[in-house]
Design a protein around this ligand. Structure first.
Ligand code: UGA
Length: 430
């Protein structure tokens, strides 16, 4: 099939490269000419394991190309995926202007056999809204609009695409459903279930899935607080509950609160949709509140553990491991709070590019040991493997103080303690 993806960001690029790998012919379009020029040289603008190799292999195979001229690219397309950004708006909802502008821009140039598919994360009813806009722009209702949400995690996006738990397709007409089934046939043949439903349900599935996963995290973080208060161990509790197949073991790792480009934005949008339609989502409202509060209270915990004007080493500024993304990362709340408290902040991250642009007033180091040298307190904020393998004796020798706050529970407490350090993790005995 000839497929065009509009938006060569993280979702568009991964989706485009993976669809090419399935055997389709892909053109990924972006309005950013510099980005398109770089992609044509197989230069990938984001850090995503395996993506650069996949893009370059698909380009060599002649199945993947890039263009800044979407109007031209869509003329011969069988399907066009919208994968442009949907940032939060002022009221916690999402700003659909990029999606709408992209749809309106290409609408007059689509062949009448084409289908338009919304890949961007959008609130319930958006596919139908886009359909109305496309109909109006064309003066015709020949182009159907479908929904095909993504469930890709940053850092493991290619694996998540190729070995998805399920593929969700939303279609309000048989043509869209048939096209989407055809596109995903190679994956369905490998045994991946395909859930076919109406567009509004597909849109809701995306939000409800992210909201429920975020609830699991918020819940285990509350359980971690309780464990600390009563002397329990959240790792043992998570293991025990996660073995119940109705609960499942995933997303039960206590941490400094969820971040990233999806959970915070999507939970806000879910709650906002509920308010707007008179179907409030009190669980999600409380979750959002608790998650924000958690980041602030962990900042206070670091401040309380550090002598006045002392030195703090932050290990990990990305919102999670294996990504350079810092959007809504705990570091963005915690580091400014430490600086405001007059502390001297030193940081390390294996992929610090974006964080360096966003976090002012701190000293960056090339190695974790460089960052912890002379620190009064060391804080682990991201679960990079590099931190899991930190040698406690080296840590103890480099630090000036003795306190290690492991907010990702990646170190073995006894080993750290036997190196003479005071070790505190989340929801586990000190
Ligand atoms: C998330 C979903 O997992 C994807 O399925 C979805 O497609 C994506 O959002 C999206 O909507 O596009 P992502 O934001 O890349 O993916 O990252 P996750 O691995 O889900 O982690 C989100 C946050 O939760 C991170 O801050 C992470 O550190 C935190 N987390 C995750 C925990 O604190 N504990 C856990 O057990 C799991």
């Amino acid at each position: 099939m000839k497929i065009v993806v509009l938006g060569a960001g993280y979702v568009g690029l991964t989706t485009g490269a993976c669809l090419a790998e399935l055997g389709h012919h892909l053109t990924c379009c972006d309005i950013d000419h510099a980005r398109v020029a770089a992609l044509r040289q197989a230069e990938i603008p984001i850090y995503e394991p395996g993506l650069a190799e996949l893009v370059s292999a698909q380009m060599t195979a002649g199945r993947l190309e890039f263009s800044a001229n979407a109007e031209d690219a869509v003329r011969s397309a069988d399907a066009v995926f919208l994968a442009v950004g949907t940032p939060s708006d002022q009221g916690g909802g999402i700003d659909l202007s990029f999606v709408m502008a992209a749809a309106a821009g290409i609408a007059p140039h689509l062949r009448k056999q084409a289908v338009l598919i919304v890949k961007s994360t959008v609130v319930a009813g958006t596919a139908q809204q886009i359909k109305a806009l496309v109909d109006k722009t064309r003066g015709n209702s020949d182009i159907p609009v479908g929904s095909n949400p993504e469930f890709l995690r940053e850092g493991s996006a290619i694996g998540d695409f190729m070995h998805a738990d399920r593929i969700v397709i939303g279609a309000d007409d048989p043509r869209t459903e048939a096209v989407l089934r055809e596109i995903y046939k190679p994956l369905v043949r490998t045994g991946i279930p395909l859930v076919s439903t109406r567009t509004v349900n597909a849109e809701l599935i995306k939000y409800a899935a992210n909201a429920l996963l975020a609830l699991k995290i918020g819940f285990i973080n509350d359980v971690a607080d309780l464990c600390e208060a009563v002397g329990g161990d959240v790792t043992a509790v998570a293991d025990g509950i996660g073995r119940d197949s109705r609960i499942g073991p995933g997303f039960l790792a206590a941490g400094p609160g969820f971040g990233g480009s999806c959970f915070p934005k999507d939970t806000r949008a879910f709650a906002s949709t509920g308010r707007q339609h008179g179907a409030p989502q009190p669980l999600i409202e409380a979750l959002i509140d608790g998650n924000d509060r958690r980041k602030r209270s962990l900042a206070q915990r670091i401040i309380d553990a550090t002598p006045d004007g002392g030195r703090v080493a932050i290990l990990g500024t990305s919102f999670k491991a294996n990504t350079d993304d810092v959007r809504e990362a705990a570091s963005l709340t915690i580091v400014p709070a430490l600086l405001a408290a007059g502390l001297d902040v030193h940081a390390h991250d294996p992929q610090p590019g974006a964080a360096k642009r966003l976090l002012d007033g701190i000293s960056w180091h090339e190695t974790p040991i460089g960052a912890v040298r002379s620190a009064d307190v060391t804080v682990i904020l991201t679960e990079w493997d590099e931190y899991r393998s930190l040698e406690p004796n080296r840590l103890a020798a480099a630090m000036r103080g003795r306190t290690v706050l492991d907010f990702r529970n990646v170190l073995a407490g006894e080993k750290v303690a036997s190196a003479g350090l005071h070790y505190h993790s989340l929801g586990r005995p000190s």
